[in-house]
Design a protein around this ligand. Structure first.
Ligand code: MG
Ligand code: MG
Length: 263
């Protein structure tokens, strides 16, 4: 097991820049995502936007992953392939994006509703975002990895949802996936101590139904075993003193969606 790479203040600023480019890319996706759009078009848009801004799509060719975005539809949890699927009213689409900028990675994900989704799906989206917020709130010096997982799990399960255990958050830096692992479940006060210089991706993957997942033979796609929908939100966060330093932001997505709803 490799050890945790603690980051200097300068390195954290570089990861902030990478995370900001990820956040802006998700904002660009928010502008165009909707009924009638093929998911592969979103992938091309992201790749172009990232490269135009001096970055490299981090997922492209990562252990052979063939796209710039992971686009996971409905019962897909994570690591879905963009493709010919035309988005239609009622689809739930998780878009996960990573970039490399100045050698440092940034990683963030957002789940979009296409048109009108069911009340249960809306609740899943809201609760999963709340799980992310509750997990992020624990990303402070003095807490432990288990405190993050506990906060996420407790909120999801109290709402009747299933917490995916097979996939976890992770450290972020010069590598996309560094130590420590950041599970979405855990015990309060257990696990690695959170200290200044740690940068982690917190990414609840929450299922509307049961927690179980299925791994596809494409080597990547993960879906729910019970075929119910799943949501995924992710931020890259630096452990802070007293409060977390959230390096990615949903501000760009939120502004676009607000604008869209007003029209
Ligand atoms: Mg991600
Ligand atoms: Mg991640």
């Amino acid at each position: 097991m490799s050890k945790i790479n603690y980051k200097s203040v300068e390195e954290i600023e570089l990861i902030r820049e990478s995370s900001l480019l990820v956040s802006k890319t998700l904002g660009e996706i928010a502008k165009v995502i909707g009924p009638g759009v093929r998911t592969i078009e979103l992938d091309k848009l992201a790749e172009t936007f990232i490269r135009d801004n001096g970055g490299i799509p981090a997922f492209l060719n990562y252990h052979g992953f063939p796209f710039s975005l992971c686009i996971s539809l409905n019962d897909q949890v994570v690591h879905g392939f963009p493709g010919k699927h035309v988005l239609t009213d009622g689809d739930l689409v998780s878009v996960d994006c990573g970039v490399i900028l100045n050698k440092y990675f940034g990683d963030s994900a957002y789940t979009f509703a296409i048109g009108e989704v069911s009340e249960q799906t809306k609740k899943l989206m809201r609760v999963t975002q709340e799980c992310l917020d509750l997990g992020v709130a624990k990303a402070v010096v003095g807490m432990r990895i288990g405190d993050i997982g506990y906060a996420v799990q407790e909120h999801a399960e109290k709402n009747g949802f299933g917490v995916v255990k097979e996939l976890v958050g992770h450290g972020v830096g010069l590598q996309l996936h560094e130590k420590p692992e950041v599970p979405n479940y855990g015990k309060r006060g257990a696990g690695t101590k959170l200290e200044e210089g740690m940068v982690i991706a917190i990414e609840p993957m929450i299922n509307a139904g049961r927690a179980g997942v299925k791994f596809w033979d494409d080597g990547w796609t993960v879906s729910t075993a019970d075929k119910k929908v799943s949501a995924h939100y992710e931020h890259t966060v630096a452990i802070g003193k007293g409060k977390p330093d959230i390096l990615s932001t949903f501000e760009y997505v939120d502004n676009v969606l607000k604008e869209k709803n007003n029209n």
